[in-house]
Design a protein around this ligand. Sequence first.
Ligand code: BT5
Length: 326
Amino acid sequence: MSLDVQILNALRAARDGAVSGAELSQKLHVSRAAVWARIEDLRSLGYDIEASPHRGYRLLGTPDVLHADDLLSRLGKTKVIGRDIRVFEETTSTNDVIEKLARDGVKEGVVVFAESQTRGRGRLGRKWMSPAKRGLWLSILLRPDLRPQDATRLTVASATALRRAIESQTGLKPDIKWPNDILIYGKKVAGILTEMSAELDHVKYVILGIGVDVNLSQGDFPPELRKVATSLKAELGKPVSRPELAVAVLRELDHDYARIASGQFAAVADEWEAHGTTIGQEVTIRTGDRRIRGRAESLGEDGALLLRTEHGHLERIIGGDVTLEK
Ligand code: BT5
């Protein structure tokens, strides 16, 4: 744990009360001057830390920036996701950064955030708009013990986790549209991009890319997206703390990843179905040049969408290369 994390932890543990420089220096085994230097650094990052000669240090406010140490300090202990967090000011795509780490053999659970992405992407080479400091643009490296055909379970689990995190932080009630959209009143507020590297019978690694439109104003969206996309701030009428939401997302993801790892996909699927807008609907699925019409019946054990076609057949549709039209 870095010194910054330990200082932030101690200040948070003090709640309204303050912690003296002497106390911090003793607890962290560094000089009071070193504590002071770290406090000055945290202040320059936007942390509002009061320093009173009599009472000591008090944390009055936290900036709406993503700071790896701060996120680690707030997250506390998780099973897998978030044991290593890295934040970039700007990158092409956080999925690219994770892919490089995956090839270098880094352990699962590492999370990469970027304040902005120059080449954020969606599925099928689509663009994902990622303006600076307005959203959460993150990717996670997973090395699940899954067969490649079951990898859609991870997209399903991510959607349920993301939905819960948004609800707990904002009170909004998002819906899930198969396979990877989180919607509020029919408008997209978050998307998930699952990419994987697999051998015939096992997954080598999965990169879970998540984009959440947190504090974008209507004007931040290009005209073609204004009717179909929204942000949490636009729906709530006030900004949402990105660090707090980021931590909630990681915590919920960790929970659902554990559920999948311990064979509880059915419980995740039930939750997904309870909040999905897709099941029971007549839908059209576009996959490559093919269009399939039918009624979405349920979610398969592998996370696939089971579609009863116009001709009465049951088709298994797996995420990744399909678009759902209503
Ligand atoms: C997705 O693709 O919804 C997956 C988005 C994943 C983005 C994250 S951000 C962190 C990580 N790094 C990346 O490079 N990507 C992931 P898809 O279902 O294909 O939707 C893409 C479509 O959504 C675009 O064609 C636009 O119409 C629309 N779109 C683009 N930017 C958007 C935004 N910020 N909010 C809502 N809709 C957007």
